[in-house]
Design a protein around this ligand. Structure first.
Ligand code: ADP
Length: 298
């Protein structure tokens, strides 16, 4: 175990946020991708960031992981204001990002992937210390409960869930304090999603601040301590686990007030009705009413 890991365990579950975003905004020219976003990420907690397409989730990840810089507000790490000019700078500060598809190189073996960019060398000629890397990889995966019998196997042959878990274990081993998981369960079935959710909990238990980006309130509620919903670049809900139920989270994600209005509007359409081809042919089906044009906003 690295010394960084030991420190993490000591300071885990502290109440002071490790990473704070205060009124953060990001504009791309005239497009305001994020506006006034405030967020606290604490060690030993899973902070879930939920939102539909276009909500600003990717932009948020890019700011925290050093791909883009924010244009408004402040970001602080350990209470010190920071900006990450590059992903490398964010990584050096202990922020690891696991992207859904880009987590690992599919043609490389499990152990090569684990040490990609951080290889261990030995001797005068600095040859790769393969035996040591395999041993460490085996130990670290075992610590996370990940059983992969053949570490020489290309990662591409593993399941999506296993690949995500290897990426999480790697981030923990290399001293990440904050780990951002970009929709890790989006492309997975129920069983594989369960595998990944278990490792999210393990990352939390290792004392990391986990940022779990998802559009699935059920997955978020299974593991989350804190929930933030983004909509059109703004925070529309920020609640602790004690403050809301799964039903409330699901309703908020589905649009809350808008969903209620839509349900009212659709009440008259007879949702269980089945239209037969004969009815269509004989013109017995009413043409849909033209939607009323919205008043342009001032
Ligand atoms: P999400 O990941 O939640 O789908 P994004 O962060 O990708 O949302 O996008 C939020 C908004 O910002 C969208 O309206 C999107 O079109 C806009 N946006 C994102 N990236 C750029 C960019 N590089 N240039 C211009 N607009 C962008």
């Amino acid at each position: 175990m690295t010394s960084a890991t030991v420190e993490r365990h000591d300071s885990a579950h502290s109440d002071t946020p490790i990473l704070t975003l205060d009124d953060v905004g990001k504009s791309y020219g005239n497009v305001h991708a994020l506006r006034g976003v405030s967020l606290n990420v604490r060690q030993g907690e899973v902070t879930c960031v939920l939102g539909d397409n276009g909500a600003g989730k990717s932009t948020l990840i890019k700011i925290i992981s050093g791909l883009h810089e924010h244009t408004d507000g402040t970001m602080t790490l350990d209470g010190v204001e920071c900006r990450f000019p590059s992903p490398r700078a964010a990584q050096a500060s202990g922020i690891a990002t696991v992207y859904q598809d880009l987590a690992l190189a599919p043609l490389m073996s499990v152990w090569r992937n684990f040490f990609l960019g951080n290889e261990i060398h030995k001797g005068l000629f600095r040859t790769l210390d393969i035996a040591r890397m395999k041993r460490i990889c085996d130990e670290e995966l075992a610590k996370m409960g990940i059983i992969i019998p053949d570490l020489d196997r290309p990662v591409g042959g593993l399941s999506g869930g296993q690949r995500q878990c290897i990426a999480i274990a790697r981030a923990i081993y290399f001293g990440a304090r904050v780990i951002i998981l970009d929709e890790p369960t989006a492309a997975l079935g129920v069983k594989q999603s369960g595998v990944v959710l278990r490792y999210i909990v393990k990352a939390r238990d290792a004392g990391l601040g986990v940022i779990f980006i998802t559009h699935n309130p059920h997955h978020a509620h299974l593991v989350g301590n804190h929930f933030v919903i983004l909509k059109l670049g703004r925070v529309v809900l920020d609640a602790h686990r004690d403050e809301l139920t799964l039903e409330q989270l699901t309703t908020e994600m589905a649009g809350g007030q808008e969903l209620a209005e839509l349900s009212h509007e659709l009440r008259g359409v007879d949702p269980g009705k089945v239209v037969t081809p004969a009815e269509v042919e004989h013109g017995q089906v009413e043409a849909p009413a033209r939607p009323q044009e919205e008043e342009p906003s001032a």
